[in-house]
Design a binder for this molecule. Structure first.
Ligand SMILES: Cc1cc2nc3c(=O)[nH]c(=O)nc-3n(C[C@H](O)[C@H](O)[C@H](O)COP(=O)(O)OP(=O)(O)OC[C@H]3O[C@@H](n4cnc5c(N)ncnc54)[C@H](O)[C@@H]3O)c2cc1C
Length: 433
């Protein structure tokens, strides 16, 4: 039976919430404030937009309805992968339709931003490189071969390795389910997503971004030169607004809610597996199978199996989530039959029709980022950077003109016209000489 998940304003009970580095306690917004840029939503999209803008010296306010990382960001599989899928036919269509630059940014460069960010701010988030796509059917193997060729043709700068079933089981994923796979040892990987986001929020705050939690935005009005944003106990007047509520934003912007479908996905975490962990995933990579409604899994830093799947477009979750997910996990790893499940949870991801991330502007002052279709951990980092660059460019353009010094006409109201006329006469005389 499917039911609607009951959500509280605190983190859902997950492995991530139980192992967060430090619970956040940013204040609620209870006053009227002003800022350059106000951001709605404290997931990867909002937090990274705030960080990118704070790094550029802007005055930033971030409003989160619940806690930082409360949405999909604090509940996902933690797989650092590109945002464009790997169906070679779809990939060819995407290159044709959107251009190579978009594909490179959303597909690969986004992972490098995480690498840089974790190093720059020394974020403790169990960052581990290594990822394997696994094939269930012969056509999946063929698709992986094509995909590898396409990556090479785009100049992808991480080596990938096609492996047959035997090598896959010995070195990477020890399951009879798969015919082989494509291993990416250094370009994709996995992370504790909640701790990554909390570290990024802390970095933004250290650069002056003002973060408010438990501050749900109830409405906003675009006033032309500024935007007014209202929560139940406070308000913000900003030059620019960025909407990053994704699948959890409801109808705050009816235009955006029409473009994104909230879809549920579920994850379980086993108890720590000890030596068994290495026998099931000897290469410690993140793993996805090639189906649309896929299984995705990986080990946590303390040796649990985090196993995800059961994605569905109803936005509802099975009443027996842990039992259903355990069944799926045992199909892949029957040796885990005796293992206890410590956590089970679900979350909503935003699905767009063409499965490409959505970013853009609703008006001159209002930007948005949403719809990562289940592939958002890394791509949110690229879309946040692109959005920050766009805002920066817009403000810089405005500043070029607004910084030009404009003198007051001398002579006040009475004398400025005669003064101007005299000046004109003088220059006209000079023209005659
Ligand atoms: C179960 C699951 C597994 C996934 N696994 C993976 C994976 O392994 N790899 C991968 O790449 N992607 C994965 N994804 C997708 C990925 O998690 C998302 O694409 C990404 O986290 C989206 O980040 P976001 O900031 O756009 O949205 P969210 O993280 O959902 O953040 C939106 C935030 O906005 C806040 N908000 C909404 N409305 C308001 C309002 N009115 N006022 C203030 N705040 C508001 C919410 O409280 C929320 O915190 C998964 C998603 C789920 C649900």
């Amino acid at each position: 039976m499917l039911t609607r998940a009951i959500e509280s304003r605190e983190h859902t009970e997950s492995y991530y919430a139980a192992t967060q580095n430090k619970p956040t306690d940013y204040p609620e917004l209870c006053e009227s404030i002003q800022t350059d840029i106000c951001i709605v939503g404290g997931g990867f999209s909002g937090v990274n937009t705030a960080l990118e803008l704070a790094e550029r010296g802007y005055n930033v306010v971030l409003l989160e309805a619940n806690r930082i990382g409360w949405g999909a960001t604090g509940r996902n599989g933690g797989q650092i992968i590109g945002g464009i899928g790997h169906d070679p036919e779809q990939f060819k269509r995407q290159i044709k339709e959107f251009g190579v630059d978009v594909i490179r940014k959303a597909g690969f460069e986004c992972c490098e931003i995480i690498r840089e960010r974790v190093a720059k701010y020394n974020i403790k988030c169990d960052l581990t490189w290594g990822y394997t796509d696994v094939a269930i059917k012969p056509r999946h193997m063929k698709a992986l071969e094509d995909w590898q060729k396409q990556l090479e043709s785009l100049g992808y700068n991480h080596a990938t390795e096609l492996v047959d079933g035997q090598t896959l089981r010995a070195d990477w994923v020890n399951s009879e389910n798969y015919l082989g796979g494509l291993v990416n040892r250094t370009g994709y990987g996995h992370v504790h997503p909640l701790n990554l986001c909390l570290g990024e929020a802390q970095a933004a705050a250290s650069l002056g971004a003002r973060i408010y939690e438990q501050s749900k935005v109830e409405s906003y009005s675009d006033l032309g030169d500024t935007v007014q944003i209202k929560t139940s106990r406070g308000d913000v007047r900003a030059k620019h607004l960025v909407l990053c509520g994704n699948a959890y934003m409801g109808n705050l912007s009816p235009k955006l809610s029409k473009k994104v479908l909230p879809a549920a996905s579920c994850v379980i975490a086993t108890e720590p597996l000890g030596d068994l962990a290495k026998t099931i995933l000897p290469g410690n990579t993140a793993v996805c199978d090639m189906r649309t409604a896929l299984d995705y899994f990986r080990l946590s830093a303390d040796g649990r199996l985090l196993f995800g799947g059961l994605s569905n477009y109803s936005g509802l979750v099975p009443s027996n989530l842990e039992g259903k997910m355990r069944e799926k996990m045992l199909k892949v790893f029957p040796t885990l039959a005796h293992v206890k499940i410590d956590y089970g949870w679900s979350g909503n991801m935003g699905i767009g029709i063409n499965r490409m991330p959505q970013l853009g502007k609703l008006s001159n002052n209002v930007f948005y980022i949403q719809a990562f279709s289940g592939h958002g951990v890394a791509p949110t980092h690229a879309t946040a950077r692109i959005t920050a660059e766009a805002i920066d460019l817009e403000i810089a353009r405005h500043d070029v003109f607004s910084k030009i010094r404009h003198w007051n006409w001398p002579g006040g109201k009475l004398l400025r016209r005669p003064g101007m006329a005299l000046g004109m006469m003088w220059y006209k005389l000079l023209d005659e000489i």
